[in-house]
Write a protein of this length. Structure first.
Length: 186
């Protein structure tokens, strides 16, 4: 499809946009663009179109695009990207699929997700970004590394530390032999 776009076929790029618009929007929301998410996505698709000449043949388009979206979300402003405000938390909750069909489970699930997202919002930016990409956007380690522009080992170590901090923040026990920051106990 990229070759068709490079050959000037506009409908091919429109098809790429349709295929990736939802995940791009979720990425922008989850990385803190909030009310600016639509603008971030639009700018990202324009930048991606203009940069298609630099896109490596054979590479996956989705992680490449999501990296552009992530950079644009960061450029939208640090204050606007915080997941702490109730409005942004609601936008994030709406972007996530429901966990159950029955009303009671749905209510408990929504409450638990609200707790979890509040805890994610207290993490440092690198930890929040890696948890968001890996678990809220359901990207694998390689895709997360591509989106964030980090080595895969950095993704693994930051994810490990972020999960330890989340467990501690949610009052869950830390696995034996580990301290709350993810390192080994002496």
């Amino acid at each position: 499809m990229i070759a068709r776009v490079r050959a000037g076929e506009r409908e091919a790029y429109a098809e790429l946009v349709r295929l990736h618009a939802d995940v791009a929007h979720r990425t922008a929301v989850l990385l803190g663009a909030g009310a600016d998410a639509e603008d971030v996505v639009q700018v990202s698709f324009v930048k991606a179109y203009r940069a298609l000449a630099t896109f490596r043949d054979g590479a996956a388009f989705r992680p490449w695009l999501l990296r552009i979206v992530a950079n644009e979300a960061r450029n939208a402003g640090r204050a606007a990207r915080r997941l702490r405000s109730a409005v942004e938390r609601n936008a994030v909750l709406e972007a996530l699929p429901p966990a159950a069909d029955d009303p009671e489970s749905l209510a408990v699930s929504r409450e638990r997700r609200t707790e979890l997202l509040a805890a994610v919002g207290t993490l440092s930016e690198p930890h929040r970004l890696v948890v968001t990409c890996r678990y809220l956007l359901d990207l694998d380690e390689e895709e997360t590394a591509t989106v964030l522009g980090w080595p895969r080992g950095t993704v693994k170590s930051r994810l490990h530390r972020a999960l330890a901090r989340l467990r501690a923040g949610l009052g869950e026990p830390v696995p034996a032999g580990r301290c709350d920051d993810g390192g080994r106990r002496p």
